[in-house]
Design a protein around this ligand. Structure first.
Ligand SMILES: O=P(O)(O)OC[C@H](O)CO
Ligand SMILES: [Mg+2]
Length: 279
């Protein structure tokens, strides 16, 4: 609504450029305002953006600091072909199932004649399997998961990662991940296509108690452009916590963009507020 009004204001302002040019702020700026605003009700009280009852978490790059491992091994492999790995390619790969990301990698870099997607997966596996067990939680991940669980908000995980990698990545974080009501992995038979297809999130919504839950009651946390799109394709609300090196244009699809999970305010979404300050 805010953006529709803004478009109208900009259109009118363009008709009277010398009279009200200052009114025509950019749509990007208005999206930023939307990303930081809660609605003010008639009584002046703040009303939440939505009435969220269920939460779905992405894993890599959102709860676990594992995206850096993929970046590292892909840089090493590309160096062999005298090529460099950059964040525009990273943006196209992250969040996807392994084989889907692998195809993007060999095709976009033009090395598919020398290295097939399947060979790429084999080559990177040796390195990844030593790195994944060292995975660390992202800032604010444990606090948010524990808070929602303690308040009885049903939470689950929906990741593109397959079972074997999931076990390696989470082996030091079993307690936190055990708080999830359920976990949907990239190699789940119901997840036919990876993100940006909505499959993984729709499957996750189905498996909650009393599911399928209305997508409008679900808040998804994501770090990847493909994951944000998947959540929107599933009709859900989405908070994006992107790596700052991603192009900012990817932020526009999300309902809210945060620097870190520590910045999340549950009350803005109709969820029980934190009782600590987060420090
Ligand atoms: O971000 P996730 O948790 O869906 O994981 C996807 C891949 O494994 C890594 O990009
Ligand atoms: Mg992710």
């Amino acid at each position: 609504m805010l953006l529709q009004t803004a478009s109208l204001v900009c259109f009118k302002a363009s008709l009277y450029p010398t009279v009200i040019p200052q009114i025509c702020v950019s749509l990007r700026r208005l999206r930023e305002i939307r990303n930081h605003a809660t609605m003010v009700g008639p009584s002046g009280s703040l009303s939440p953006r939505a009435s969220i009852t269920h939460v779905i978490f992405d894993m890599d790059g959102l709860l676990l600091d594992t995206e850096k491992f993929y970046t590292e091994v892909q840089e090493i492999i590309l160096a062999r072909f005298n090529k460099t790995f950059d964040w525009s390619l990273k943006a196209k790969m992250m969040g996807k199932k392994a084989i889907e990301a692998a195809k993007v990698f060999v095709e976009e870099t033009g090395i598919s004649d020398s290295l097939s997607a399947e060979q790429f997966l084999v080559e990177r596996e040796e390195m990844l399997k030593t790195l994944f067990p060292t995975s660390e939680l992202m800032p604010g991940a444990s606090r948010l998961i524990r808070h929602l669980h303690a308040k009885g908000v049903p939470i689950c995980l929906a990741t593109g990662t397959h079972r074997r990698h999931f076990e390696l990545k989470t082996q030091r974080h079993g307690e936190v991940f055990s708080l999830m009501h359920h976990i949907v992995l990239g190699d789940d038979p119901e997840v036919k296509q990876g993100k940006p297809s909505p499959d993984v999130f729709l499957t996750a919504a189905k498996r909650f108690e009393g599911g399928p839950i209305d997508p409008l009651q679900i808040l998804v946390f994501e770090d990847a452009p493909s994951g944000v799109l998947a959540a929107k394709n599933a009709g859900m609300h989405v908070v994006m916590v992107p790596d700052p090196r991603l192009d900012k244009s990817f932020n526009d699809t999300a309902d809210q963009v945060l620097n870190t999970l520590l910045d999340f305010n549950p009350a803005e979404w109709g969820l029980p507020p934190f009782e600590d300050s987060g420090n």
